[in-house]
Design a protein around this ligand. Structure first.
Ligand SMILES: Nc1ncnc2c1ncn2[C@@H]1O[C@H](COP(=O)(O)OP(=O)(O)O)[C@@H](O)[C@H]1O
Ligand SMILES: [Mg+2]
Length: 284
């Protein structure tokens, strides 16, 4: 599944489609938000891939996911997608003892003293982003020493009027070592890549296949295990995004179970694993 207006190209899609067809699977890309597209029940199986506008229509997307899950075999399944829509799931990871990026949660409509929050946490360089988001939508960095506090407060006021908002310290390690995305496909960690920092309006820059440390591997496995335990769903794919912390090692910034880029170009083995899992799964 994709969306009508893809905000950026998806390097996975052509590769996945070609490999699926090569494996004898009849496959095509269909937009979830295309009212003229065929109903989900026409397909034996739907795989969410580049539905990259869902955060703009979260209620509609959730309703569509439920329908698709009822009518056909959807990957990932609705229960785990719903669990993953709001980044509040990070709290479940934290509760399970997994290191996560420290976060202050600001509820929709709350009258929030931003200065108090950042001062109490000692954050002089911080990031503000919606709790339901993707592709760095409305994600901004603010620096107190650059006099950006006022701008941050008005940004928050605007954001929090209609949605839950997260404030986090700026993880400086993303500038040096970089953010790392660890892919998990059909039951196991397959590969990883590094990403450059990206804020609203920026494009994405990614590396080739990167090494996975034992700590990163364990965090990725444990994060997926929390999602499985809380939803009862075994996903087909997952991606765990890690930000390096100078003192405490890698911290989870996101667990992506909806429509993560899986950077299949960087790992033919992972592509094979995904194709095999799709081609051999029993139709529902
Ligand atoms: N706490 C943070 N410290 C440093 N960079 C951040 C932080 N939070 C977000 N970013 C930057 O913003 C990007 C988007 O944020 P992310 O949490 O990955 O949300 P999404 O991918 O859903 O838009 C990240 O890839 C990173 O470049
Ligand atoms: Mg991200």
């Amino acid at each position: 599944m994709t969306c009508l207006e893809l905000p950026e190209p998806d390097p996975d899609s052509g590769l996945l489609l070609a490999s699926l067809r090569q494996a004898g699977v009849e496959a095509e890309f269909v937009a979830w938000d295309d009212p003229d597209s065929s109903p989900p029940g026409r397909f034996d199986r739907l795989i969410l891939r580049s539905t990259w506008n869902y955060h703009l229509f979260p209620a509609e997307f959730a309703a569509w996911i439920d329908t698709a899950d009822r009518r056909t075999c959807l990957s990932n399944r609705a229960a785990i997608v719903r669990w993953n829509l709001h980044k509040q799931y990070l709290e479940s990871l934290t509760a399970a003892g997994i290191p996560t990026v420290p976060t202050a949660w600001l509820r929709r409509g709350a009258d929030v003293p931003l200065r108090q929050i950042v001062e109490a946490n000692g954050w002089t360089d911080f990031v503000m982003k919606p709790a339901i988001s993707a592709s760095s939508w409305r994600t901004h960095r603010f620096r107190v020493d650059r006099g950006e506090m006022e701008q941050a407060a008005s940004n928050l006021e605007e954001l929090v009027r209609n949605r839950d908002v997260m404030v986090q310290p700026y993880m400086t390690g993303v500038d040096t070592t970089g953010e790392k995305a660890v892919m998990w496909i059909d039951g196991e960690v397959t590969h990883a890549i590094r990403k450059r920092p990206r804020f609203a309006g920026d494009g994405e820059f990614v590396s080739g296949a990167a090494e996975i440390s034992p700590a990163e591997h364990a965090i990725a496995e444990r994060s997926v295990a929390v999602a499985v335990a809380e939803t009862g769903v075994r996903p087909l794919y997952a991606r765990v995004d890690l930000m390096p912390d100078t003192d405490e090692g890698p911290m989870v910034s996101e667990l992506e179970l909806i429509e993560p880029s899986l950077y299949l170009v960087q790992s033919p083995a992972a592509l094979d694993r995904l194709v095999r899992a799709i081609a051999t799964a029993p139709a529902s």
